[in-house]
Design a protein around this ligand. Structure first.
Ligand code: PMP
Length: 401
């Protein structure tokens, strides 16, 4: 009989719960519209509703016209890696790096996956809540055991708990600004985490996908600027340049053995990232003037959305919310709205289901690890201020019924 069971590393990968939630929305939105005349408000999406800036699209077209359509150089095209190097110096204040410290990847996702694979079968860890993709995809694929160090209720760091985890694992995953909380780890926190990792010879994987999305004049601090060999940073063009579908990212580390290995594993999987996309990526990073215009416009809009969502939610009695300093998410606590009589798995989806019935889609907290199961994630990457205001009014209505 033909087998229908393959290696656990593959069989244990789960469909992202966020994808399943979006499928649930698709199956319900027409019924909801017919019954109420209203549209669903989709806070569950991580997708961005900005178009890629024209200067980057043009650069891709030009690169194709110029015949940049052959196999890429292993580890990345020199022109893109040089642009990345300049960006790391300019924005992340990283000194003493060369293009040999950089590997070009298919998005931040591939960068993270290449690193997790280096620790196949070993113990890894990170903060909870944690981006769902890490625990649903990376961890099963690399067959590692992921130990969660919970943040405090207001997302503060308890360094004793962190040290306990760092001591035990080979790789510690840090995501700043963080999905799903929007927490921007301070420079002091990042330095302390990196130093704790160095103390125990633990590698630090720093996921900096949202590095440019910060608010109120605060800025991201990257551990890539520290002169530490145990630190690996994963970056992406997806969010900064609204390029989610291009799949362009890179990983950077001062540890050249890791870049050598990542170059080989990347080559084994994909034979490198599409050549003409890398030329467009170089232009995205090099054209500082156009970049400034695009990023400023994007941040202006995201700031308005963040204010609208935060101001709306914080007025709901019983709901506890911490204002995010970065990224595109909020992660308020709805525990007060879950009756004691509701038990187990039903507790995790109780408020989520109520909101879903009223045309508001969010992601329930248990998608982000074993703690914070009374929280819900709101993304404001794909909803405008008007939709946010309507969504908040609907949430208030639902909870106060
Ligand atoms: N890290 C985090 C925390 C993310 O939320 C995402 C995308 N949702 C990524 C990495 C990866 O993004 P990409 O693969 O598009 O670069």
């Amino acid at each position: 009989m033909l087998r229908n069971n393959f290696h656990p590393a593959m069989e244990n990968i789960k469909l992202s719960p966020i994808v399943s939630i979006s499928e649930e929305v698709r199956s319900k939105e027409n019924l909801f519209k017919n019954a109420t005349g209203k549209d669903f408000i989709k806070f569950q999406r991580g997708e961005i509703d900005f178009a890629t800036p024209a200067y980057i699209v043009d650069a891709a077209k030009n690169a194709m016209d110029e015949g940049k359509t052959k196999y890429p150089k292993s580890g990345g095209e020199q022109v893109f890696k040089e642009a990345i190097l300049r960006k790391l110096e300019r924005f992340n204040k990283a000194e003493g790096l060369t293009t040999d410290n950089i590997i070009v990847t298919y998005g931040g996702q591939e960068a993270l996956e290449l690193v997790f694979k280096l620790f196949h079968g070993e113990k890894t860890g990170g903060f909870a809540p944690v981006w769902s993709c890490i625990i649903e995809n990376m961890v099963p694929y690399a067959e590692t055991n992921f130990i969660q160090a919970p943040l405090g209720k207001d997302f503060s760091v308890d360094f004793d708990k962190v040290e306990e985890v760092i001591k035990e694992v080979s790789l510690f995953y840090l995501n700043t600004p963080q999905n799903p909380t929007g927490k921007l780890f301070t420079k002091e926190e990042v330095v302390k985490i990196a130093e704790l990792c160095a103390k125990y010879d633990t590698f630090l994987l720093s996921d900096e996908a949202y590095e440019r999305i910060t608010y109120d004049g605060k800025s991201h601090f990257s551990p890539v600027s520290l002169m530490l060999e145990n630190t690996i940073s994963a970056f992406t063009l997806s969010k900064t340049y609204s390029m989610t579908g291009w799949r362009l990212g890179y990983l950077v580390t001062r540890n050249k053995h890791i870049t050598e290995l990542a170059k080989l594993t990347d080559y084994t999987q994909t034979a490198g990232v599409t050549t003409f996309l890398q030329y467009a990526g170089a232009e995205a990073l090099n054209n500082v003037e156009e970049e400034k215009k695009a990023v400023t416009a994007m941040l202006k809009e995201y700031s308005l959305r963040r204010e609208a969502l935060y101001n709306g939610l914080k007025e709901i009695d019983g709901l506890e919310i911490t204002k995010p300093d970065g990224a595109l998410y909020m992660f308020p606590d709805f525990s007060a709205f879950i009756p004691e009589s509701i038990k187990g798995r039903q507790r995790e989806v109780y408020v989520y289901n109520q909101l879903m019935e009223n045309g508001v889609a969010v992601v329930y907290g248990s998608c982000f690890g074993e703690y914070f199961t009374g929280n819900l994630r709101f993304s404001f990457s794909g909803v405008n201020v008007d939709q946010i205001n309507r969504g908040v009014a609907r949430i208030r209505e639902t909870l106060q019924r």
